[in-house]
Design a protein around this ligand. Structure first.
Ligand code: CAA
Length: 247
């Protein structure tokens, strides 16, 4: 049976973290969003406020609804504010070393029954689960950029994940009106296993002079119906993140 989730902690307010926090708040959850310093936190919260203002402007939500969503998000630079979260989702830099260091600290602070989830694009979920004292309550929740728009969340079960934690994560993603697709803890899960080699091949095609960057992108948009060409998509994901995934 799924655990009850009321308060969600999000670690990292960057490209993915700010979107994950916004989606959770829009779905009615109380959110604690943690960043390393006040300036980075303000940047992430600023992005959320901009998106909410745009949604109000476009009449997708009322001013009052926008204000309520914003009020559900509490920003912090301290892990201690996460202590009573029911679910903690990490969306920090794609570095195993940094993630392990962070989980070791967070695990000491957050209540023992809380579920932990990583938004990693490609690292093994089990490696992170294993440094916590709660490997059975550890899963992957993989969102796609922009998290506010993309329907999919891959829900990753690692060898230690309990049925209850996995069910909790599936239910949570569904409660955000996402398409929750269960998958295994295999490199790249479903989407990045297919999408990352595709983006790399686009770079190789460019190197071989098969087409200019504009032509390769235009070809895939017009020929395969993709919303973005692979090279634009690689920039959109971030070449730093793409590099980490490939490594
Ligand atoms: N943040 C939040 N919302 C955004 C946004 C952003 N960065 N960019 C666009 N949107 C919203 C817009 O506000 C708009 O919302 P409304 O319909 O409510 O008005 C909607 O998305 C459509 O935007 P636009 O009309 O401006 O632009 P578009 O129709 O070209 O769509 C797009 C933009 C959704 C990004 C589209 O180009 C797309 O789907 N691109 C592919 C994205 C993709 O493949 N993402 C996965 C990357 S891989 C990944 O994330 C996994 C990983 O681990 C690396």
């Amino acid at each position: 049976m799924a655990q009850r989730i009321e308060k969600v902690g999000v670690l990292g307010a960057g490209l993915m973290g700010h979107g994950i926090a916004q989606v959770a708040a829009q779905s009615g959850y109380a959110v604690v969003l943690r960043e390393v310093d006040e300036a980075t936190l303000a940047k992430g919260i600023g992005k959320i406020e901009k998106q909410l203002a745009r949604a109000v402007e476009k009449e997708k939500m009322s001013q009052q609804q926008g204000d309520e969503v914003r009020a559900r998000i509490e920003g912090t630079v301290h892990y201690r504010e996460l202590r009573d979260c029911d679910l903690v989702i990490e969306a920090i830099t794609e570095s195993l070393e940094l993630k392990l260091e962070m989980w070791r600290e967070v695990d000491e602070i957050v209540k023992p029954e809380a579920v932990f989830a990583t938004n990693t694009s490609s690292l093994a979920v089990i490696d992170q689960a294993a440094v916590t004292g709660r490997p059975s309550q550890f899963v992957g929740l993989h969102y796609f950029n922009p998290a506010q728009v993309m329907k999919l969340v891959e829900v990753v079960r690692c060898v230690t994940s309990s049925d209850e934690a996995f069910e909790t994560a599936l239910e949570f993603a569904r409660s955000e009106e996402k398409l929750a697709i269960p998958t295994k803890d295999k490199a790249g899960f479903i989407v990045n296993r297919l999408l990352v080699p595709y983006m790399l091949d686009a770079i190789r095609a460019h190197e071989e002079g098969v087409g200019s960057a504009q032509e390769i992108d235009a070809a895939m948009k017009a020929g395969a119906g993709h919303p973005m060409g692979p090279l634009t998509l690689a920039d959109f994901v971030g070449l730093d993140t793409l590099g980490s995934i490939c490594d």
